[in-house]
Design a protein around this ligand. Structure first.
Ligand code: BES
Ligand code: MN
Ligand code: ZN
Length: 497
């Protein structure tokens, strides 16, 4: 979809959206159109429940001159208008135009009196939201009829200062590619996206100036990554460790490490999962997808920071050579793990990736993302990812970044009594707690045993957020790329100078 920013034309035509603030306050263009049409806008509002509340819309058909469809976009109270709401409105315009089979749409962005956002910034985020909503993963559909394909090809944003809007859009535009690439990875079927293929796609970041290094099983064996290798042992696909370095910050800045769980397919291994819904486990690499997307975005906008992305990429399969429940593996840290349940594989690959990045790059902070536990979905549903951390400052930074981009987090507890639940009779720890109780917390406790002194660490359990069954205003159903924008924003707001 093409986006353009233009100055206000003399007259509007076609498929047009205008802004209305809370309590039916028509912004300038809505008001002018209302006057020109003998109060058609006011009448339409009067015949509906539309008040201009945030994210409310009302589409008026065939009312005025050359305007075939007039969409009213509720912005709520101008003083409370934020970038996220603008994105959401852009997404609504995109969806509405596609549903109506429209090829083009115009959004008129009048400056709302009392808003802290300039019209240019509003315009840029409306465009961003429309783009994010326009994502499709239809490469395997060979029989789509024209009416099944999205129709909206051109979005025009009319704004008083198009140059300002263009500049604001240029700042957010790298987000689109990064989010789309991450969604692509997560959407790909598991026969296509296996570990080496993931690594291959990550290698493309080299073009943006990211240093990409890929370790195979022989190298990981030398490093002593027994836990990671144990998970991949039953797969015919070679496990990979993908290390992406974007070092564009001050020489003296200790890097931020971003770590992702990349299980390209999780059958559960010998502790095999039930058949129903098992296909979902193709997106068990969404944490790695988010880290990859974030690295793409940081490099795409040339962030002034030192960031290392590290993804542990494996396939968890049952096989004659697969690891067994009861096996004891030695992690790179030297600590041993009794593998009670081969389906608790995420923590086994992450612990070696975490140890590696700490040993090699001495990061000041380490943020790891994983679709780690079904239990976090029981706790938080599909509204927030679970946040576990040893550092309140880092937790607050993450929560603030998430709030800005609409990727919400909820802090969960850690503590010695939970930690005790993963003690083993024959090894240093077991990979699951005694029962299902507190399953997300015991998983996090396991990871915390691999955090070195002085490192600020956060684990985001994104199992409920990686895939959306119903979609939202800026995300179609399917892969969300949750985490890409959050990580980028975390770096932008805290580690760039
Ligand atoms: N990848 C799953 C977690 C998951 C479940 C993500 C559902 C998304 C949706 C993870 O590897 C797993 O299997 N976890 C087990 C842990 C258990 C064996 C302690 C779980 O949650 O059941
Ligand atoms: Mn599993
Ligand atoms: Zn898994």
């Amino acid at each position: 979809m093409r986006v353009e920013f233009v100055a206000f034309p003399k007259a509007f035509a076609g498929n047009v959206a205008v802004l209305v603030a809370a309590d039916k306050q028509l912004l300038a263009t809505a008001q002018a159109l209302d006057g020109e049409t003998g109060k058609a806008v006011t009448r339409a509002i009067g015949a509906s429940r539309f008040t201009g509340a945030k994210n409310q819309t009302l589409t008026v058909l065939g009312q005025s001159g050359d305007i075939a469809r007039l969409m009213l976009l509720g912005i709520g109270k101008p003083a409370e208008l934020d970038a996220r709401t603008c994105e959401s409105l852009g997404g609504l315009v995109c969806a509405d135009a596609n549903a109506a089979g429209q090829k083009a749409a115009t959004v008129v962005v009048d400056a709302p009196k009392g808003s802290t956002l300039s019209a240019g910034v509003i315009a840029a985020h409306v465009a961003l939201g429309a783009q994010l909503r326009s994502y499709r993963f239809d490469k395997y559909k060979t029989k789509q009829k024209p009416e099944q394909k999205p129709s909206l090809a051109r979005l025009t944003i009319a704004v008083a200062d198009p140059a300002e809007a263009k500049a604001a859009y240029a700042e957010v535009e790298p987000t689109i590619d990064a989010v789309f690439l991450a969604r692509d990875l997560v959407s790909e079927p598991p026969n296509v996206l296996y570990p080496a293929e993931f690594a291959q796609r990550a290698r493309a970041l080299t073009k943006l100036g990211v240093k990409v290094e890929i370790l195979g099983e022989a190298e990981m064996k030398k490093l002593g990554m027994g836990a990671l290798l144990g998970v991949g042992q039953g797969s015919v696909r070679e496990s990979q460790l993908v290390i992406m370095r974007w070092m564009n910050g001050r020489k003296t800045q200790k890097p931020i490490a971003l770590i992702g769980k990349g299980v390209c397919f999780d059958t559960g291994g010998i502790s095999i999962k039930p058949a129903g819904g098992m296909e979902d486990m193709k997106w068990d690499m969404a944490g790695a997808g988010a880290v990859y997307g974030a690295m793409h975005l940081l490099a795409g906008r040339k962030a002034r920071a030192n960031v290392i992305g590290i993804c542990a990429i494996v396939e968890n399969m049952p096989d004659g050579n697969a690891q067994r429940p009861g096996d004891v593996v030695t992690t790179m840290s030297g600590q041993t793990v009794e593998v009670i349940n081969t389906d608790a594989e995420g923590r086994l690959i992450l612990c070696d990736a975490m140890w590696y990045v700490q040993e090699k790059y001495k990061p000041q902070a380490m943020v790891e993302l994983s679709t780690l536990t079904g239990a976090i979905i029981v706790a938080l549903g599909h509204e927030r990812a679970g946040l576990f951390s040893n550092d309140t400052l880092l937790s607050n930074k993450l929560r603030a970044a998430g709030a800005m981009v609409g990727e919400k987090l909820w802090r969960m507890p850690l503590g010695p009594k939970y930690d005790k639940l993963i003690d083993s009779e024959i090894a240093d720890m077991r990979n699951v707690g005694g029962g299902r109780d507190g399953g997300s917390i015991t998983a996090a406790q396991f990871l915390q045993r691999f955090v070195q002194d002085g490192v600020a660490w956060a684990h985001l359990d994104i199992a409920g957020m990686a895939w959306s069954g119903k979609g939202d205003n800026t995300t179609p159903k399917g892969a969300t790329a949750f985490g890409v924008r959050l990580l980028d924003r975390l770096v932008e707001d805290n580690y760039e100078k």
